[in-house]
Ligand binder design. Structure first.
Ligand SMILES: [Zn+2]
Length: 310
């Protein structure tokens, strides 16, 4: 597959779009804020179509030079039937045949998947998990998402909902979680929880970036703040390590910015708690592709899907 792939990463506030070459480099990019029309399904689809047309026109690329379009979406996506079942925090999407709609407009083969799956594919083929047969990817931001590569294949699960690492229950009596459960890892390491906790500890409104800065300057309270978060993440990941025995766990998302205050503690927690074989083998690494992963991974998705279809 020598041609370009148009990669599209749909987020809650913007659409990122890029032209990915065969080495996984983003050759051209577009960016679109969706904050004025995120609630309109029709307008969001129109924006995707326009975004594709614009990038082809702007960089003088012919459709014959493009192998496919790959789209990552923040929600539940049936990659087999190419249906968007639902999107998190974006209303109005129910069983939307997005592949069919885009292909009708642009006439380029289109494939869709969950955004964290796409990010996992990127880190696995081009990033920090390159060459790994069994790896786990976790992204920590507002929510806590995950992707699983098992035996050299992305594992999507029976209902395309696998990899929800944020909803590993770590406390039987913990607080209620967005997913309907309680005591999930996300309620200990997601931004929403961390912001509340930060306010309680520092007795004022403070951003997570500010806490990272304070920790870098050696302020004890800030160091302890990240240490506790890291221990929670380490506890949750210990379960993943024991069950899946991966060779590495790639950690990305906004929280990776505080990596120097957390990664060593995550490693130590896993080492202390995990079973011997699994704990010894696993490496904890920072994602390498950052926010481009959602675009780059679409190339891997398109390749996988074209391979399956013929
Ligand atoms: Zn949950």
């Amino acid at each position: 597959m020598n041609h370009y792939v148009i990669g599209i990463d749909i987020g809650g506030t913007n659409i990122k779009i890029g032209l990915v070459d065969k080495k996984g480099f983003v050759r051209a990019r577009g960016h679109l804020s969706t904050k004025h029309f995120i609630h309109s399904k029709t307008k969001l689809i129109e924006a995707i179509v326009l975004g594709c047309q614009d990038i082809l026109k702007k960089y003088g690329i012919k459709k014959s030079q493009v192998s496919g379009i790959g789209i990552g979406l923040p929600g539940l996506v049936n990659t087999k039937k190419s249906l968007v079942y639902s999107l998190t925090n974006i209303p109005g999407w129910k069983n939307v045949p997005l592949k069919k709609i885009i292909e009708k407009e642009i006439k380029i083969p289109t494939f869709i998947d969950n955004d964290v799956n796409v990010m996992t594919l990127a880190e696995w083929k081009y990033g920090a998990g390159r060459g790994m047969k069994n790896m786990v990817c976790i992204t920590i931001g507002t929510g806590l998402g995950g992707g699983l590569v098992i035996n050299n294949q992305l594992y999507r699960g029976e209902g395309f909902a696998a990899g929800e690492l944020g909803h590993i229950p770590i406390n039987e009596k913990g607080q209620k979680c967005n997913c309907g459960g309680w005591g999930c890892l996300e309620t200990y390491a997601g931004n929403r929880y961390l912001n509340v906790r930060a306010k309680n500890i520092f007795h004022k409104k403070i951003t997570l970036e500010e806490i990272t800065c304070k920790a870098s300057l050696g302020e004890k309270k800030a160091i302890v703040f990240w240490k506790e978060v890291a221990e929670h993440i380490g506890n949750g990941l210990t379960g993943v390590v024991n069950v899946l025995n991966p060779s590495c766990i790639v950690i990305g998302g906004g929280i990776a910015k505080a990596h120097q205050h957390m990664f060593q503690i995550i490693r130590l927690t896993i080492k202390k708690r995990a079973m011997h074989v699994q704990g010894k083998m696993v490496r904890i690494v920072k994602s390498r592709l950052g926010s481009d992963a959602g675009i780059i991974g679409t190339r891997v998705l398109v390749k996988e899907m074209l391979g399956k279809n013929g």
